[in-house]
Design a protein around this ligand. Structure first.
Ligand code: C2E
Ligand code: CA
Ligand code: CA
Length: 624
């Protein structure tokens, strides 16, 4: 090399940096680097090995060495006398062996090197930024000698370039990890899953299955045990999916996972995988002093049976999971075309309620709440009804599914609220003994964070005190909000003087702990307990215990859905003070309710201050 070697180094550097910048893989960069180094130092044979975190060598590039030589080095542990490269990596400094045949470092490897005419070897470690040796760069010679000055310059340049290429590779690996893997569980993420499932149907004729999985009650766990425990549950489910080695599991986000089952000819095969998966969830685990048994809901589809393109398959799997969550929590539902109809029905229902709201065909009906001892009406529950265009009355139970639509649910509340406010004003104005009205609220009412304003505005406009209002919320509404905003909102509303009733008690996650921690004044025992009470001893025991606990916690109890005098009598004997049900009165319009109130409402001594009336009679006096 007659010219200035620096010019050659610069050219080498430019070429390699360009290769790195255009995204060439590390192995390819290393190969190119070896060939260029050998071009500049024609009597040298170049080799690059990588060193893994456990200190093992892996050949990366050695274009002029036979494959069997590189293969022999694969997996070799570095050490204080492991040839030139293994030793250089071990000590983190260059090792020059000028005569392989006699150097003790090479003693175990002479049989490998000498037959190939490799007489000397000079190896330089390549370090990562944090100082760990991640690779070695070696020059072998066919004569017993050390490196020339030019060779030192070449190696110095190559080692720097290798370091840059490796750092770049690390960044790429990290970016790839960030882009395609979930940080919490290390499972492939939604993006990775999307790419996989989009490519998959084209990959071959064999069928595969897709299971979507949702962790049940994650919000509840986040709320009651904290987000650390929630995260631990997600990680636990992920690791059980991984350990069960079922198939490829991805975390789609939140509490949702996808499992690709390949191959999978039909639904029977998919069900087997679901069973294995559910078995894997059976054992409890412990986190932060809590014992949790993970519960999951799943829905599944099979390629070819439930769709032949990625979008349709995913959509159908979503339908199956959605339906499982609605109708079979903790269970599995395989897709079938009928599911689409069920879901379309709900959409149709939303449209109908929306139309009824627009036409002002949503009306507030009222059902009396009575004292079980005297039969007097001590309050009302407002229940929404839709008047159909042909004059029929549709009960809320028949369009309740539409209230899962947030906008419709909020508009329905607004409409009912203003009707209630007007009806109450007219009762009070006409001297009709009236105490409280219960208003059913949906989760959506708490999402907008404006419930307090809506209530105040509506009741102020009608000049009616909010002390007449009992807010009825279910556990699902209370628990369905991981941020606990709902509970805080309810606390604020109570401070304004409204009472809060826990509706449908016993149908949700119901635990006694919740009774203690929820900010409620009244507990409404669900109709299902009242139904079973006379035929099923445990139900009766539960009702009795609830009445007792409520009394001790200074909360009031109302039994719902009393349909016959036997239930009425038994509840009285058990010490229940209030009830509601067809046995006393069905929900009726405002006019009928006015008549009922006139005849049967608990008569109160005249008190100009409605608030004091309220406090005296419901819930306090009647219970005392
Ligand atoms: P809920 O709050 O538990 O209301 C009690 C339901 O039980 C009412 O059904 C009522 O008509 C019915 N019921 C009362 N006594 C008896 C009885 O003795 N036997 C039987 N079989 N049923 C009885 P409805 O009006 O169809 O309402 C169903 C659900 O719809 C309500 O359950 C409530 O969760 C919801 N809902 C009703 N009105 C509204 C509303 O204005 N807003 C919201 N967000 N939800 C409402
Ligand atoms: Ca209710
Ligand atoms: Ca109820």
């Amino acid at each position: 090399m007659n010219e200035n070697p620096n010019i050659h180094m610069l050219a080498l550097q430019n070429e390699i940096l360009e290769a790195i910048a255009t995204g060439m893989e590390f192995d390819a960069v290393a190969g190119l680097l070896c060939r260029r180094a050998e071009g500049l130092a024609p009597t040298a044979i170049c080799s690059i090995l990588s060193v893994d975190i456990e200190g093992r060598l892996h050949p990366v590039a050695a274009p002029s060495l036979p494959k069997h030589y590189s293969d022999a080095l694969e997996g070799l542990a570095i050490g204080p006398s492991v040839g030139s490269c293994g030793t250089a990596a071990y000590f983190g400094k260059p090792i020059e062996v000028v005569d392989i045949s006699i150097d003790p470092l090479w003693a175990p490897f002479t049989g490998l090197a000498l037959p190939l005419g490799l007489m000397a070897c000079w190896s330089t470690p390549i370090k990562a930024r944090e100082g760990r040796v991640v690779a070695t760069f070696a020059f072998y010679y066919r004569t017993k000698r050390g490196p020339s000055d030019l060779e030192r310059l070449i190696v110095q340049t190559c080692v720097n370039l290798c370091g840059i290429a490796l750092a770049q590779m690390e960044i790429q690996k990290k970016n790839h990890q960030l882009a395609f893997y979930d940080q919490l569980t290390d499972l492939p993420n939604r993006r990775c899953f999307d790419e996989l499932i989009t490519r998959k149907p084209r990959a071959g004729p064999t069928s595969f299955g897709l299971i979507l999985l949702d962790i049940d009650h994650l919000k509840f766990i986040n709320d009651t045990m904290g987000h650390m425990v929630g995260d631990a549950l997600i990680k636990e489910v992920a690791s059980r999916l991984r350990n069960a080695k079922l198939d490829l599991a991805c975390r789609l986000g939140g509490d949702e996972f996808a499992i690709v089952v390949d191959p999978c000819p039909d639904h029977a095969a998919l069900s087997l995988v679901v069973s294995a998966l559910r078995n894997a969830m059976k054992e409890p685990f412990h986190s932060d002093g809590n014992t949790i048994v993970p519960q999951v809901t799943t829905g599944g589809v099979v390629y070819g049976i439930d769709g032949t393109n990625a979008d349709l398959l995913r959509q159908n799997a979503d339908f199956a999971l959605y339906h499982a969550k609605e109708t079979n929590r903790g269970g599995y539902i395989q897709f079938e075309p009928g599911l689409r109809t069920a879901i379309t029905c709900r959409i149709e229902m939303i449209r109908e309620v929306d139309q009824a709201l627009a036409d002002k065909r949503v009306v507030a009906y009222y059902q009396p709440l009575v004292r079980l001892d005297t039969g007097e009406i001590i309050g009302l529950e407002a229940l929404a009804r839709i008047k159909t265009t042909d004059g029929r009355i549709v009960a809320a139970g028949d369009f309740q599914a539409a209230l899962s639509d947030r906008e419709v649910a909020c508009r329905l509340t607004d409409s009912i609220l203003s009707q209630i406010a007007n009806d109450v004003r007219s009762w009070i104005a006409n001297g009709i003994p009236f105490q409280h009205v219960g208003i059913n609220l949906s989760a959506a009412d708490f999402r907008r964070n404006d419930l307090e304003t809506r209530l105040s505005k509506t009741f102020d406009a009608a000049n009616v005190s909010l002390k007449h209002v009992v807010l009825e919320v279910t556990e699902t509404v209370l628990m369905g909000d991981p941020g606990n905003d709902t509970v805080r909102a309810i606390e604020r509303l109570r401070e304004k003087g409204m009472l809060v009733a826990l509706d449908d008690f016993g149908t949700g996650y119901a635990s006694l702990t919740h009774l203690l921690s929820f900010p409620v004044d009244i507990i409404k025992i669900d109709k299902s307990f009242v139904d079973r009470m006379l035929i099923d001893r445990p139900s009766e025991v539960i009702v009795e215990a609830l009445i007792d606990i409520a009394r001790k916690l200074d909360k009031k109890i109302i039994a719902e859905g009393i349909e016959c005098s036997a239930q009425h009598e038994r509840l009285r004997e058990l010490g229940c003070t209030f009830g509601q049900g067809f046995h006393f009165a069905r929900p009726a319009d405002a006019l009928t309710t006015t008549r009922l109130l006139r005849s049967f409402a608990q008569k109160l001594p005249f008190e100009p201050d409605q608030r004091r009336q309220t406090e005296r009679n419901f819930p306090t006096t009647a219970i005392a």
